[in-house]
Design a protein around this ligand. Structure first.
Ligand code: FES
Ligand code: FE2
Length: 374
């Protein structure tokens, strides 16, 4: 039975990280059929405000209507297919106006006006409106799904974590635009996930994080398509001033006194979404695969609406620690990915009990892409 015991310690085979056929299957079965985070309600507070997401050959725009309702559409003009809006966030005045020939759409997606209308046959406003996409808002976070799938709603998937989120009143939080970030990484998206899905590397790779909560870090196993990781703040000294200051100020958090007031928690939604709750803010980030060997990782952060000076300082510090951590992870992701392309040198991986987050993520992946399992 030794073989069975070893099986899930060996990780995914090298080709799962760079094979173009596998990549195409992932695009179809994972990224088009699973929920994708697009933002938070505070990214688009006013009618006409929008956020976008490009992933798996698809383009989504979520826009707030005059009735306050959020709706998601393909960011594809019904005339000849160009983008009707550009940029990751923005605001439309009165209507969505296509930059190509000027067709205009209402915020509910219906066709509003066609330039030189007499040169077309009659066009029904609904039939020729922007094509809708499934949308769900959970805890203020906005998700879209491009294709129908048996996957339950986000609210049901994330239900085990609902109570953790409640004290933060996340839907009332406010975007911190200066904390928007994006990194283009020359690596497969799973190489980024593999680094993110375990805390075993924190001691060696992230001195600041280790001083913050080293020893108090746990990854839960993925149960279904969700998992949670927690770093509980310790009382030890910090080598970096940012860590020392963070621990000194953490009592300023609105959730101080609760367990959430002493920990950094990460909630993972398969395949590529992470939501983080810190005593001072909430964050999300996601991987957007561009090719087998290139991935965009991007994220945003949100603060409490009312902030004391100390709370503002606290979130400045967590943002700073996060930036340092992300920079430290970048090379590790690239180097792990590069190794999978070494035909003569790479002999697979071996995963410890501390890397159960990686193991169970791989199990989920194998279930959806059995063609890449071995
Ligand atoms: S492509 Fe949009 S108006 Fe022509
Ligand atoms: Fe890391």
């Amino acid at each position: 039975m030794a073989k069975d015991m070893d099986w899930d310690r060996r990780g995914l085979p090298a080709r799962a990280y760079h094979d173009a056929t596998i990549f195409a299957l992932e695009q179809e079965r994972l990224f088009r059929r699973h929920w994708q985070i697009v933002g938070h309600v505070s990214d688009l507070p006013e009618p006409g405000d929008y956020v976008t997401l490009d992933i798996a050959g698809e383009r989504a725009v979520v826009i707030r209507g005059h009735d306050g309702v959020l709706r998601a559409f393909h960011n594809i003009c019904r005339h000849r297919g160009t983008r009707v809006v550009s940029g990751e966030t923005g605001r439309c005045n009165k209507a969505i106006v296509c930059p190509f020939h000027g067709w205009a759409y209402n915020f509910d997606g219906t066709l509003r006006g066609v330039a030189e209308r007499q040169s077309f046959p009659p066009l029904d406003r609904r039939a020729w409106g922007l094509r809708p996409i499934e949308l769900e808002v959970w805890q203020g976070f906005v998700f879209v799904r491009f294709e129908p799938s048996p996957q339950p709603p986000v609210a049901r998937l994330m239900a085990p974590f609902e109570a953790d989120f409640a004290p933060f009143d996340v839907p009332s939080m406010v975007r911190i635009p200066e904390n928007d970030w994006q990194d283009r990484v020359p690596a497969n998206w799973k190489s980024l996930r593999d680094v993110d899905n375990e805390g075993y590397h924190v001691r060696q790779a992230h001195p600041a994080l280790h001083d913050l909560y080293g020893g108090g870090y746990t990854d839960s196993e993925w149960t279904g398509p969700v998992s949670r990781s927690d770093g509980v703040l310790n009382d030890g000294p910090g080598r970096l001033w940012s860590v020392r200051a963070y621990k000194a100020l953490v009592g300023a958090s609105p959730v101080a006194g609760l367990p959430q007031g002493r920990r950094w928690s990460y909630y993972n939604l398969f395949p590529n979404t992470v939501i983080g709750l810190y005593p001072d803010s909430a964050v999300w980030y996601q991987e957007i695969p561009l090719s087998p060997g290139e991935t965009i990782q991007r994220g945003r952060a949100y603060r409490f609406r009312e902030e004391s000076r100390a709370l503002r300082a606290l979130r400045y510090l967590s943002g700073r620690i996060d930036r340092v951590t992300a920079a430290e992870d970048h090379d590790l992701c690239v180097w792990s990915y590069e190794a999978t392309k070494s035909a003569s040198g790479y002999a697979g991986m071996i995963l410890s009990d501390l890397e159960r987050g990686v193991r169970s993520f791989h199990d989920l992946w194998r279930r959806e892409i059995p063609e890449g399992a071995d």
